[in-house]
Design a binder for this molecule. Structure first.
Ligand SMILES: Cc1cc2nc3c(=O)[nH]c(=O)nc-3n(C[C@H](O)[C@H](O)[C@H](O)COP(=O)(O)OP(=O)(O)OC[C@H]3O[C@@H](n4cnc5c(N)ncnc54)[C@H](O)[C@@H]3O)c2cc1C
Length: 388
């Protein structure tokens, strides 16, 4: 494995970081305080090609990024605004990539160009009130009627809902066979019967719009089915492998910036006649935190590298997510401590990083679900079936 990014990846990393520090940083605080979806910023990001990460250049005008380069995008955005990173990530990996990989030609022609341009933000609706860690218990159903499917049910925790122009929605086409009866559909926001529910009041990621969604007999053409009837669960699992690596990259961005903020603060704040940066306890905190961030980064790089080589990476994605999710919580907590009381007030950005980091252990599978995947990989070959 090469530990150095290619020249092209380094060029993209610079582009992403420049955009993040010039454009994202200036709205991040307001996005959080006003709990405002950054619509104009997302449109500017589309102008840079950041909403077409996984669409090929031909025929869709996408950026056609490799997965390693994509993780650099999410990391750079999350370092300034984790809400913006989540928005771009859900759009690119959970919605756009899923459609490009599994959609019919008709569905791709209809939605992908608009998604790349940022005219249709993507969302992904798997979770329901009774189906979180166990998505086999979906109660949303899809029935075939002629050359259409009719979807009925309700979804919770739909990131980008409301702002979205297109949803990837999972529903049971055969509720009697559990996971094998789940199918995935691409559903335009304007379809009759797609009804936006209330927005969640969240601890962090307050600029990400997360709503409930109701499907009241929403009709879509049969060509909006992804991968065939019953393929939905497999599509969800495959998508979540990529999704987990992306969230881990966001956790790295949050952790890296938290260390930078605390390092700077430690040189500016004096107590006992000297900058607190001169105190060994503070130096140890910074050293431990930076080491944790770097370790998480290598787990992300390794998982992305495997993905780019077409190798299996489910276990590596789970390990990256488990470690990086915990790292983000622990590192932001330590870096808040370096700030003392200043870390507890909204005048300093570290409290936002601390709140945002908490989601990293929850979104796209909790830490406990990652542990099950990892344990399954260890024990499975020895004949022990790891069950949730
Ligand atoms: C910020 C954010 C954004 C999200 N965005 C989306 C989105 O865009 N689309 C979407 O579909 N979903 C989204 N989700 C939902 C997310 O995927 C779920 O919250 C997650 O899968 C956990 O489900 P749950 O909240 O129902 O928790 P539950 O499944 O109810 O779990 C509760 C607790 O029990 C533990 N637990 C459950 N089963 C087991 C077991 N077998 N062994 C050990 N422990 C167990 C869990 O780890 C957790 O600690 C989002 C969530 C968050 C926080």
């Amino acid at each position: 494995m090469d530990f150095v990014l290619t020249e092209e990846q380094q060029m993209f990393q610079k582009l992403f970081r420049d955009f993040a520090t010039k454009e994202v940083a200036k709205v991040a605080d307001q996005v959080d305080k006003k709990e405002e979806f950054p619509a104009k910023l997302i449109k500017r990001a589309a102008g840079q090609g950041f909403l077409g990460a996984f669409a090929p250049e031909e025929p869709y005008g996408g950026a056609g990024l490799d997965f390693t380069t994509y993780t650099l995008l999410v990391e750079a955005m999350a370092a300034e605004c984790a809400s913006t990173a989540l928005t771009l990530h859900v759009h690119n990996v959970l919605a756009l990539r899923t459609l490009v990989k599994h959609g019919t030609e008709e569905a791709k022609e209809t939605y992908v160009p608009d998604m790349v341009m940022g005219d249709r933000i993507g969302a992904f609706a798997l979770t329901e009130s009774g189906a979180g860690s166990d998505p086999t218990k979906l109660r949303t159903v899809a029935c075939r009627e002629g050359d259409q499917y009719v979807l009925t049910g309700s979804k919770t925790w739909v990131s980008n809902a409301g702002a979205a122009g297109v949803y990837i929605i999972f529903a049971a086409t055969d509720p009697t066979v559990g996971a094998k009866g789940i199918s995935a559909f691409v559903v335009p926001a304007e379809a009759d019967g797609v009804v936006l529910g209330g927005r969640e009041k969240t601890l962090g990621l307050r600029g990400a719009q997360i709503n409930r969604l109701y499907l009241k007999g929403a009709r879509v053409p049969a060509s909006n089915l992804l991968g065939g009837e019953g393929a939905g669960y497999k599509i969800a699992l495959e998508t979540l492998d990529y999704g987990r690596v992306g969230i881990s990259a966001a956790a790295v961005g949050v952790g890296r910036k938290a260390v930078e903020l605390a390092t700077r603060f430690a040189t500016e704040r004096s107590q006992f006649g000297t900058a607190i940066a001169n105190k060994q306890a503070i130096q140890m905190y910074l050293a431990d935190a930076y080491t944790q961030v770097q370790a998480a980064q290598w787990l992300v790089r390794h998982a992305a590298w495997l993905a780019d080589r077409g190798q299996s990476f489910s276990q590596e994605a789970a390990m990256a997510k488990l470690f990086a999710g915990r790292m983000a919580g622990d590192v932001t907590n330590k870096m808040l401590q370096v700030h003392g009381g200043a870390g507890f007030i909204a005048d300093y950005p570290i409290e936002r990083y601390y709140r945002d980091a908490r989601a990293m252990e929850l979104v796209e599978g909790t830490s406990q679900m990652q542990q099950l995947v990892i344990a399954g990989g260890l024990l499975g070959p020895l004949g022990v079936k790891v069950k949730p």
